[in-house]
Design a protein around this ligand. Structure first.
Ligand SMILES: [Zn+2]
Length: 277
């Protein structure tokens, strides 16, 4: 007998319990994923720029100008990145899905770095080929990848919002970090609400040593006291006054994590204009 649809859906959202001391889940063919990302982006009118090299790979930045150039209101500028940790395959897959779906709000200009550490995916590990965690190298950059990324970022305008896509193999569900110092209307609750429909939320009161509430971590960061900046610290101090780091739970099936990141990004984009006005 066929199981009711809602039951099958719940089963597919169950925790796998196989990721202990690191990520042991599904891996991706990053060469194929990047080929698809680039061709899909080109097909939908994005321009693509190689801002650096990592081994055989080009480090890719995609850009999509606002199609409604006649709108007198300045387009909202949104920066997205994924694939800085090579053991977090949901990020580049979510990038590909978002590009394929091509559902972007009106009057939005987008910058997208879909894979900041392709070699990490070849090796299925967090770090680059030299064992460096690129997402700790944004203050006094030592790696060629982050130096190239920073040089590219410095050439771009200020962004209204940044979204960094990640995964966490230890988490019990999806969660996110919010940086919103001014503070502007928060997008966090709307993102959690949207993700909850496709992926469990981590309801722990403490995540990665920080206070968390309903899957939202609002860390009181003091970047100048920390030597090892993640990308988000550079973005919030130099490029944007609001941003989110999305963390999908790696101990769930890969499609659930991709759905979670896509839903989180979708909610942030949909809400950004309406919540801000
Ligand atoms: Zn990560």
């Amino acid at each position: 007998m066929r199981k009711p649809v809602h039951l099958r859906k719940n089963v597919s959202m169950q925790r796998l319990n196989k990721n202990h001391n690191g990520y042991h889940g599904e891996t991706i063919d990053i060469r194929a994923v990047l080929r698809d990302i680039e061709s899909t982006a080109t097909q939908h009118g994005w321009t693509s720029e190689a801002f650096g090299k990592q081994g055989e790979f080009n480090l890719l930045a995609l850009r999509r100008p606002s199609p409604s150039t006649l709108n007198p209101q300045r387009a909202t500028r949104i920066y997205l990145s994924s694939g800085i940790h090579g053991d977090e395959p949901a990020g580049p897959l979510a990038a590909l899905r978002l590009l394929r779906e091509n559902q972007w709000p009106e009057n939005v200009e987008l910058w997208f770095c879909p894979c900041l550490n392709p070699m990490g995916f070849v090796l299925n590990r967090r770090e680059n080929a030299d064992g460096r965690d690129l997402n700790r190298d944004y203050r006094n950059p030592q790696t060629v990848e982050v130096r190239a990324h920073l040089a590219w970022l410095e050439r771009q305008p200020q962004f209204d919002l940044y979204l960094c896509l990640h995964e966490d193999w230890e988490s019990h569900g999806f969660y996110l970090y919010e940086q919103n110092p001014d503070p502007k209307p928060s997008l966090a609750e709307k993102m959690i609400e949207a993700v909850r429909k496709v992926c469990p939320i981590d309801l722990s009161e403490n995540i990665e040593g920080r206070v968390a509430k309903q899957g939202i971590v609002r860390p009181n960061i003091k970047p100048h006291e920390r030597p090892d900046w993640p990308e988000a610290f550079y973005l919030i101090t130099h490029k944007s006054r609001q941003g989110y780091t999305l963390e999908a739970p790696s101990d769930f099936p890969l499609n659930v994590r991709v759905n979670a990141l896509v839903a989180g990004v979708g909610a942030a984009l949909a809400c950004f204009r309406s919540c801000a006005s």
